[in-house]
Design a protein around this ligand. Structure first.
Ligand code: TYD
Length: 397
């Protein structure tokens, strides 16, 4: 049974940055109700009513995986690691974005799957790219086109975005070779609960996985989880290693340890989520009070990183340009636009980060280390960072 535990209110699509604030643009802004539920039978946490993916993954999709140094080196390192560990002949990535992972393999042996046409256009110059959604039809097309099945399927921050999980798993099983491995990375539910990072809930994160939920679900698809890695990307993620039931891989002690940890933290109990929901309500109140106090001292506050996560925070906590003068972001196609729902201008860091700024809210808190290092000199000169993770606070210098 699915039980709702968190209501984040009316939300726009996290990546629907507005090109202007004309009546025509603001009137056509799309909103949906962001309610999160827990399935008491398989422990899966998901959005109650997901948005249609055709509305989300369009040719205007803004996220570029290679935008940050942290992500570029993380993808390079995992690509090398998987190559060494599994020696795959054929590799496929689902949600290949701008090719930041696949470019580390021999282009002749890789397949990219990416429904956002602007991104698929980048990778199609280098490797075979299917500019399509991952589904049964595409999996059949791929096996028909290429005789051999796939030895390594990688997918970072994508499987949790696809509403039809059943079809996704059936399609993965279809193309996987007998001893092939599926490696998926997605934000970790345990990290979200520990960090109170409710902003990991937005339209694209239809599911937030845990090892216990993945174990449960795979049972119906002739697949099994045999290992898991804890990784630091996106504020704490898990990398799941999945194979066919009869494949040669043994379940690792690391997996058992992590499953035990999730159980110890009661991820299989509904009460855990009610407690989390209460912490989220407190976080909203505290953040509002903290920023209001700074504003009352006539200080200038901006937000650092026009993240999708910030869309959830700003709309849930009702924060607009009365609090933040603007948001800075390094991504060219976010600059000059306005934040979804709250209409705060987004500008480049070169223009926006200067001596007039007193406080910066860390919208991109998942890059805290990288950003604090980058802004070391400005911090020395007086810039102060504020974060809501794990609770609203001023980051001490
Ligand atoms: P991302 O990590 O993809 O978070 P989300 O999935 O919530 O959108 O986005 C990070 C954003 O922050 C991205 O738009 C780039 C931006 N950014 C900066 O503006 N400056 C920086 O120094 C870093 C590391 C990121």
């Amino acid at each position: 049974m699915k039980k709702i535990f968190l209501d984040l209110g009316k939300q726009p699509l996290a990546n629907s940055f507005l090109k202007d604030l004309s009546k025509k643009t603001t009137k056509s802004e799309f909103f949906y109700n962001l309610k999160i539920c827990f399935n008491t039978s398989n422990f899966l946490v998901s959005i109650k009513s997901p948005v249609n993916p055709k509305k989300q993954y369009t040719k205007k999709y803004a996220h570029r995986a290679s935008e940050s140094q942290t992500m570029r080196s993380a993808f390079k390192s995992i690509a090398k690691n998987l190559q060494k560990k599994f020696k795959p002949k054929r590799v496929m990535e689902i949600g290949s974005n701008d090719g930041v992972f696949l470019k580390n393999f021999n282009p002749k042996n890789v397949i990219a799957v990416e429904p956002c046409k602007n991104l698929a256009n980048i990778t199609k110059k280098k490797f075979k790219t299917y500019p399509e959604f991952w589904n049964l039809r595409l999996s059949k097309k791929i096996i028909k086109n290429k005789k051999e099945k796939i030895d390594l399927i990688f997918s970072a921050n994508t499987i949790s975005h696809i509403p039809n999980l059943k079809e996704t798993l059936l399609s993965l099983n279809n193309v996987l070779s007998d001893n092939g491995v599926i490696v998926i990375e997605d934000p970790s539910l345990l990290s979200i609960l520990k960090n109170n990072s409710y902003d990991q809930f937005y339209d694209e994160h239809v599911y937030v996985f845990s090892a216990i939920a993945i174990q449960h679900i795979l049972k119906d698809y002739n697949l099994r989880l045999f290992d898991v890695d804890k990784i630091s990307t996106h504020g704490g993620s898990l990398r799941y290693y999945i194979c066919k039931n009869l494949a040669k891989y043994k379940s690792t002690p690391k997996l058992k340890k992590f499953v035990d940890l999730e159980k110890k933290n009661n991820l299989d109990k509904f009460e855990t989520y009610i407690k989390f929901s209460n912490r989220v309500k407190k976080s909203k109140k505290k953040l509002y009070e903290l920023l209001k106090k700074i504003k009352n001292e006539n200080k200038k506050i901006i937000s650092y990183g026009a993240t999708y996560k910030s869309t959830t925070v700003f709309n849930y906590c009702k924060m607009n340009n009365k609090i933040f003068d603007y948001v800075t972001d390094t991504t060219k196609n976010k600059q000059g636009k306005f934040t979804p729902g709250t209409h705060i201008p987004i500008i480049s860091p070169e223009t926006g980060i200067n001596e007039t700024v007193d406080y910066a809210f860390l919208g991109a808190w998942n890059f805290k280390e990288e950003i604090l290092k980058k802004e070391k000199k400005r911090i020395k000169r007086g810039l102060t960072f504020v974060s809501h993770v794990p609770y609203p606070h001023i980051i001490s210098k």
